[in-house]
Design a protein around this ligand. Structure first.
Ligand SMILES: NC(=O)c1ccc[n+]([C@@H]2O[C@H](COP(=O)([O-])OP(=O)(O)OC[C@H]3O[C@@H](n4cnc5c(N)ncnc54)[C@H](OP(=O)(O)O)[C@@H]3O)[C@@H](O)[C@H]2O)c1
Length: 255
């Protein structure tokens, strides 16, 4: 008799960086529902990640694993690529989602701010993609980078963050050429979906909502929908889709 655990598991595998909470977690939940085995990466949110993995594994045994580490650290980055492949022995989808976001007004920015913001938003996606490309190639896999509408339109007082997301935008296009024809690389540029965890003033929220033609925030489900669409769309490569309720059109509503 063949027991369930001895049946080879051929379910595809996704790694989402920074996915213990918020948008990364929403994408994980959706892909797990769709039959993916999921690798949850976290840095500080280890308890949330373990709890999430526990829930997934209860729903479907051996369907979730956790890896952890700071993506700005070079040695950790290399180790995380190895850890990823140890989880399930294959990788079909990499979503570069982890990000640090905070202001660096001119006159105040430090080298450490540069390392944090560039490291999490640009350096890590490059080196993780490079390290995991051979495994993704074996599965004809894909990469999705979580960009930002502010990669193209600077957000006031956030020059380093915007530069980092611009680098990620170019990385998306560049890798779409470099890794073709076996690996597709696309991006999602969210507008205002979830307010930053370091909360912002009510007046700023009102001002942002006035810039959105659909007059509301997006939802984590809107992001999960777009990630699934990009994973399934086998002829889309090198594109970054704005999920922003039309905010990048640029017009502000009259008061
Ligand atoms: N939320 C929005 O409305 C919005 C708007 C525009 C763009 N985006 C983009 O969409 C993606 C997801 O957004 P989000 O708001 O869900 O992200 P988030 O909560 O700001 O960050 C996601 C995770 O990134 C991880 N992270 C940060 N720095 C790290 C580092 N040095 N090493 C390892 N992990 C690190 C953190 O993990 P730990 O908690 O484990 O430390 C954090 O939970 C991001 O790329 C963001 O830039 C989001």
């Amino acid at each position: 008799m063949i027991s369930a655990s001895s049946v080879p598991n051929t379910a595809p595998v996704v790694l989402i960086t920074g996915s213990a909470k918020r948008l990364g977690c929403a994408m994980l939940k959706r892909l797990h529902q769709q039959g993916y085995r999921v690798i949850i990466h976290c840095n500080h949110s280890i308890d949330d990640a373990e709890r999430l993995a526990g829930e997934f594994n209860q729903q479907r045994p051996h369907s979730a694993a956790v890896i952890s580490g700071d993506l700005t650290d070079n040695a950790t980055l290399q180790r995380l690529a190895t850890d990823t492949l140890h989880c399930f022995g294959r990788l079909d989808v990499l979503i570069n989602n982890a990000s640090t976001f905070y202001p660096t007004p001119i006159g105040t920015a430090t080298f450490d701010d540069w390392e944090q913001l560039m490291g999490s938003n640009a350096k890590a996606p490059f080196f993780l993609s490079q390290a995991l490309a051979p495994a993704l190639k074996e599965q004809n896999g894909c990469i999705i980078n979580m960009v930002d509408i502010h990669a193209e339109r600077p957000l006031q007082e956030h020059p380093i963050y915007c530069m980092a997301k611009s680098a990620l935008l170019m990385l998306t296009k560049s890798l779409a050429r470099e890794l073709a024809p076996t690996i597709r690389v696309n991006g999602i540029a969210p507008g205002a979906i979830l307010w930053p965890s370091n909360d912002i003033a009510e007046a700023d929220k009102t001002m942002i909502l006035r810039q959105i033609p659909l007059e509301r925030l997006g939802t984590p489900d809107d992001i999960a929908d777009t990630a699934c669409f990009l994973i399934q769309s086998s002829y889309i490569n090198g594109q970054v889709i704005a999920v922003d309720g039309g905010r990048s059109l640029g017009a502000t509503k009259k008061a």
